[in-house]
Design a protein around this ligand. Structure first.
Ligand code: UN1
Length: 509
């Protein structure tokens, strides 16, 4: 059972051991909840034990965090940026080892594990620059000797609830920005990736400690629904960023709205790629492979629906089936592997259930369709030919299953793209400007991410990430997402001695 000495040496490099405390409370490691095992998805063997935080630990952490918020917001934004710069440096120094941990505990292949940590480093760099650009605007006033301006102030505390599939990058999107904006951060990582939560928190904690700042600025908990609910209900938390399914997201939003809190939702996707008759087919096939099979189909940006123009339908499909047959499935830490295991046994069972629903709804499996007999949670990347009306096509099956459908016209393909409840990501393969501009315009894709000649997944951090409809409407990472982490003060200043009223109203004069 468990880990070899060499593997424990690796864990020790990031401050982890066989038993770990999963709560960072007021600058101390403390946890009094239940003891759980972190499990390797490739073998279903335990990696290490973690004591989760209890609701009492949560309360204690939040009291300190609330105090720390007063101190943190009084530090000038560029100085806060300097702290985030140091976090970026600390992550750079541990990029490989942290990437390996992501790969080990989540199950994604090593280049993707390292890519995930790189995504937080990119966010740090971005946030450092941003810390000098939290600019408001000056607005012309209609009244003489008056001036209007916008000032951006911190919200106070931002809660971040992340999912197993991006166990630390999504924390990075939120935390880097929240911190430079002057907010404290309370993080609950996914219950099945506690070692990553602890490792990333340790690294952050060291930076705050080195700078003699309260550790409670970054408060973190390993735990399940109880802690998630506590965050959603907590009136001290002005903004809750939640990543997960549409179903749970809806519940979180209802709780947060009830107390007039703000919510930032990154929920389910059901993303499509359209391949037009003029597309560069080689480029499309490579992109579809990464989009549908990368991260074993467990990204919210994974391509689940493929629409092929009837004239190139068979050609693309033949090539795709050919490459699917060659994909190396196995240990995510091994060099040649392209597809690792699904994250948990439950995900594997869900895949099996999904395949039987597909079959019962008339789906024809062209390649894959089975779980792989092993101790881990490996399944075969699968392509299914199916009618766009089948109800399975409207749902997000979190695994490497791709539904293929035929279309005749661009309009028809766009309609199919937009015909699902979710609206995260989408992509078209074409060289025709009229198709490209239609696709990105008002009659095009209704998604938050609208790509051309690239996969649906693998977004850069510079853009705002998120989607419409059942995806929740949130936007995180780049562009002007930072504004959601701040409170806008609209200030009208009278520097004269008269009292002219807006709209020309005369009142009692
Ligand atoms: C997610 O799956 O929750 O665009 C996020 C991508 C990654 C982020 C995915 N940068 O695929």
């Amino acid at each position: 059972m468990g880990f070899s000495k060499k593997e424990y040496e690796f864990l020790a490099e990031i401050g982890l051991g066989p038993d770990n405390l999963g709560g960072y409370v007021n600058g101390e490691w403390k946890a009094t909840g239940s003891v759980i095992s972190s499990v390797n998805p490739s073998s279903n063997q335990m990696i290490a034990k973690v004591t989760e935080a209890s609701v009492q630990d949560y309360e204690e952490g939040m009291l300190a965090c609330n105090e720390a918020a007063k101190k943190w917001k009084s530090i000038p934004a560029p100085k806060r940026g300097e702290i985030v710069r140091q976090i970026g440096e600390a992550l750079r120094a541990k990029l490989d080892v942290l990437g390996r941990l992501v790969s080990l505990e989540m199950g994604k292949i090593l280049p993707e594990g390292i890519g995930e940590v790189q995504e937080i480093i990119d966010m740090c760099d971005y946030a450092v620059g941003l810390s000098r650009q939290l600019n408001g605007s000056i607005i012309p006033s209609e009244r003489p000797d008056h001036m209007m301006l916008e000032a951006w102030n911190p919200l106070g505390i931002v809660g971040v609830i992340t999912a197993f599939n991006f166990p630390c990058a999504v924390l990075g999107w939120n935390a880097c920005i929240a911190l430079v904006c002057g907010n404290c951060v309370v993080w609950k990582g996914a219950p099945t990736t506690p070692l990553i939560t602890i490792a990333v928190t340790k690294l952050m904690a060291e930076v705050f400690e080195k700078n003699n700042l309260p550790g409670a600025i970054f408060t973190s908990f390993c735990g399940g629904a109880e802690i998630g609910q506590a965050i959603a209900k907590d009136t001290r938390i002005a903004l809750v960023s939640f990543t997960g399914s549409s179903k749970v997201g809806m519940m979180v939003q209802q709780i947060v709205i009830e107390r007039f809190g703000k919510c930032l939702l990154e929920l389910s996707g059901n993303n499509a790629i359209i391949v037009m008759d003029d597309a560069d087919i080689k480029l499309a096939v490579r992109s579809i492979l990464f989009a549908a099979v990368g991260t074993a189909g467990q990204r919210c940006t994974t391509c689940r629906r493929l629409f092929l123009h009837e004239s190139i339908y068979q050609k693309v499909l033949d090539q795709l089936v050919g490459v699917y047959k060659q994909v190396k499935i196995g240990d995510p830490l091994e060099k040649e592997t392209l597809v690792g295991p699904l994250h948990t046994r439950a995900s594997r069972e869900n895949f099996e259930k999904g395949i039987s629903s597909i079959k019962s709804q008339g789906g024809k499996i062209l390649v894959g369709g089975s779980v792989i007999d092993s101790d881990g949670n490996f399944v075969q990347p699968t392509i299914v030919e199916i009618s766009p009306d089948a109800s399975v096509v409207k749902e997000e099956l979190f695994g490497p299953v791709l539904y293929v459908m035929k279309f005749k016209t661009l309009e028809e393909a766009i309609e199919m793209n937009n015909s699902v409840p979710q609206g995260l990501s989408s992509s078209i393969f074409t060289r025709r400007p009229e198709a490209i501009f239609k696709w990105i315009g008002p009659h095009g894709s209704d998604c938050g991410i609208v790509n051309v000649n690239i996969p649906t997944n693998g977004a850069e951090i510079g853009g705002a990430f998120g989607g419409e409809k059942a995806t929740g409407g949130g936007r995180e990472a780049g562009s002007d997402s930072w504004k959601q982490y701040m409170r806008r003060s609209t200030c009208t200043i009278n520097y004269g001695s008269e009292l002219p009223l807006a709209q020309g109203i005369s009142f009692g004069s």
